[in-house]
Design a protein around this ligand. Structure first.
Ligand code: ZN
Ligand code: ZN
Length: 439
């Protein structure tokens, strides 16, 4: 039972990318080279390559050529809320962000909790998605937290893993059963760690800022207590657990212990938790309302350190489009979530790499090879013979995130109006040219 991605077909790209600094830590590559792509495959890597026939040349002096990014955590809003995002616009946003594969979460309407729903989505992706798109299936029917889905059938239909993301798993028993079935289907269970009793009606991180603003707080232990419980269950079942959007230093402590015990657990962090803090919420900008919430700088620093040393495996966007009228309400009542596909690399590059906090090679590996490995599918690589899954980034370009320039159907970006450094200029996904920024 293989994990599957779906996208529209199309001719393989023929391109010569000339003079970029190619950085692919998985292949020990970090040098200025020419890369020739023929019929959608990397044909040759070398100095001053000749251009066969009518091959188009991209002059890329000063740019970075990177393995394309993989997002394990996207909310595609399809089916059900195509007014917020559809598979065409999600692909456009992903391609503009340098992504060559995205995986949609199952909390759609209807929920992806049966093979027919998944197969219907797959058909739509095959007709509409330019960037290869895969899907999680739900752990529980209707995300109700009671009955397990037909996990065997869903894995057979190509689901990458199982998750009720958007909601925590109500009971440890549900997680236990899910891990057992996930194991026999060779899949993993991804959790949105959240203890509802501790979460209460909180709308932002519980701390000095929430106290000053008089807003309901979500304590760090609402996450860490649930992570601890899940790791305990995963240990008992020797199950493959993936922790979504980990945001606290407390949860990292539990993760570190699990790693030391040799558990098969992986974890992701989002660009917003890695680059922003709860101090920004003083603005009461509802685009800064996410779940888990933005945390204090000590947590953010701990996440960056964990991403650097590999305790955190990968970056995932938790791209969460919302209709404008739903977000244009007071902070307290706005829905949780920010979009993220188009700004992920630039946000991380400008905040962490340009400042010297994180080496470029580490960021590249955490956005491409590491999430691909968790999905168990393809591995973007700049290597002769490989399918071209690449993006080109201009690290010098400074740009201000503007709603009118975003490709997503929704504009609830936490980075709106912020100036970032580093911009994707071209993306080749599964051998096809899917994005090119026109000056
Ligand atoms: Zn979540
Ligand atoms: Zn999510």
């Amino acid at each position: 039972m293989t994990v599957r991605l779906w996208s529209k077909g199309g001719a393989g790209a023929d391109l010569l990318v000339r003079g970029a600094r190619a950085v692919d830590p998985g292949n020990d590559l970090d040098r200025v080279v020419d890369v020739l792509v023929r019929k959608g495959r990397v044909a040759e890597i070398g100095a001053e390559l000749a251009t066969p026939g009518k091959t188009r040349v991209i002059e890329a002096d000063g740019q970075l050529l990177l393995p394309g990014f993989v997002d394990l955590h996207t909310h595609l809003r399809t089916p059900g809320r195509e007014d917020e995002e559809d598979l065409t616009t999600a692909s456009a946003a992903a391609a503009a962000g340098g992504y060559v594969a995205v995986f949609g979460m199952a909390n759609t309407d209807p929920v992806v909790d049966s093979a027919p729903v998944l197969e219907g989505l797959a058909q739509r992706a095959a007709a509409e998605a330019t960037v290869p798109t895969g899907f999680f299936a739900a752990v529980s029917k209707g995300l109700a937290g009671e009955q397990l889905t037909e996990m065997h059938e869903l894995a057979g239909a190509g689901a990458v893993g199982f998750s009720d993301d958007g909601l925590p798993l109500a009971t440890a028993q549900l997680l236990r059963r899910a891990l057992q079935y996930a194991k026999v289907t060779d899949r993993f269970v991804a959790i949105h760690a959240q203890d509802d009793s501790l979460m209460g009606k909180g709308v932002m991180h519980e701390g000095a800022v929430s106290a000053k603003l008089g807003l309901g707080g979500i304590p760090a232990i609402a996450e860490s207590a649930d992570v601890a419980r899940a790791l305990e269950v995963a240990r008992y079942e020797d199950g493959r657990l993936h922790v979504c959007h980990l945001s606290t230093a407390l949860a990292l402590e539990h993760l570190a212990r699990a790693r030391a015990l040799g558990l098969r657990v992986t974890a992701e962090a989002t660009p917003h938790h890695l680059t922003m803090t709860d101090e920004l919420v003083y603005s009461l900008d509802s685009n800064l309302k996410m779940n888990p919430p933005l945390r204090p700088d000590d947590d953010r620093k701990a996440l960056v350190a964990a991403l650097k040393d590999g305790l955190l495996d990968c970056v995932a966007t938790d791209h969460a489009p919302h209709a404008q009228q739903e977000k244009e309400v007071p902070f307290e009542v706005a829905p949780f979530g920010t979009t993220g596909l188009e700004t992920a690399f630039a946000a991380l590059y400008s905040t962490l790499v340009a400042s010297g906090e994180l080496p470029l090679g580490v960021l590249v590996e955490r956005m491409s090879r590491a999430p691909a490995a968790i999905a168990g599918l393809m591995t973007p690589a700049i290597a002769a013979g490989a399918v071209a899954d690449l993006c080109l980034v201009d690290p010098r370009e400074r740009w201000t995130v503007a709603a009118g320039e975003l490709h997503s159907k929704s504009t609830n970006s936490a980075w709106l109006g912020r100036t970032l450094q580093g911009r994707v200029t071209l993306t080749v996904a599964a051998g096809r040219l899917v994005f090119e920024r026109r000056a």
